[in-house]
Design a binder for this molecule. Structure first.
Ligand code: B16
Ligand code: MG
Length: 225
């Protein structure tokens, strides 16, 4: 066991699937689009899309079928329309168990808090969840060009927080997001099954009951990033 705690000064949360279960709404919107377009798609195929950008997700669904850029754009717009309809009624009740308590504990401990989301709808969701005043920085789908698994969105969040990557921990539900955090040189906390997020420094089923003290203690036992 390591004898000192990692000097983590900031925690960067992924949004969809970590603070709220919008991952389910992304799935429903892609399923509707795929059904209408006659493209094979199911929940299992959706798992591979977690954390990927809108365009990258559609490219995976389309596979080797060929569509014009105009059709691709129209399909992305359609999916986003379905998704935006689904997130209309989100409130703070849709924060996942443990999320608010952890955000508050981090604030009290003087740890900076950021969002690193690939979504262009992140700010709308943050407002609906009512957590904007608990955040020190938001990096979203508009902030950087290269989406997860590239490290860019997390590096951007760290620079907004005025922290070095090694001072940051990322909380992620997606394999692509864990890869992005590791590529950024940050501590990675994976939420979900090990098959999905097992590359992270530590893996938890969810944030339910999770405290900052516990996270620090567990990261202290992990191999440093
Ligand atoms: P949008 P995250 C990601 O958000 C989602 O996991 C992913 O399913 C989605 O395709 C992506 O945002 C883009 O979202 O279409 O709203 O721009 O998990 O990085 O918070
Ligand atoms: Mg996610």
């Amino acid at each position: 066991m390591s004898n000192h705690l990692p000097q983590i000064q900031g925690v960067i949360f992924d949004l969809d699937g970590v603070l709220t279960d919008t991952a389910e709404f992304h799935y429903q919107a892609w399923q509707k689009l795929a059904d209408e377009a006659g493209l094979p798609f199911d929940r299992e195929a959706n798992e591979a899309l977690r954390g990927l950008s809108r365009r990258e997700s559609l490219m995976q669904i389309v596979g080797d079928r060929s569509f014009s850029e105009e059709t691709i754009q129209a399909m992305m717009d359609k999916k986003n329309g379905y998704y935006v309809d689904l997130i209309q009624n989100i409130t703070s009740a849709e924060l996942l168990p443990g999320a608010l308590a952890l955000l508050d504990e981090l604030r009290q401990a003087g740890v900076k808090v950021g969002i690193g989301s690939g979504s262009k709808n992140a700010r709308t969701i943050i407002d609906k969840l009512g957590i904007a005043d608990r955040l020190d920085a938001i990096a979203d789908g508009y902030s950087v060009k290269n989406s997860k698994p590239a490290p860019d969105v997390f590096l951007h969040a760290a620079s907004l927080l005025e922290l070095e990557p090694s001072q940051c921990a990322v909380v992620e539900d997606a394999g692509a997001g864990v890869a992005a955090a590791l590529a950024a040189g940050m501590w990675a906390i994976g939420l979900g099954p090990a098959e999905r997020v097992g590359a992270a420094h530590m893996v938890l089923p969810s944030l339910d009951g999770v405290t900052w003290t516990d996270l620090q203690a567990k990261l202290a036992q992990a191999k440093p990033c």
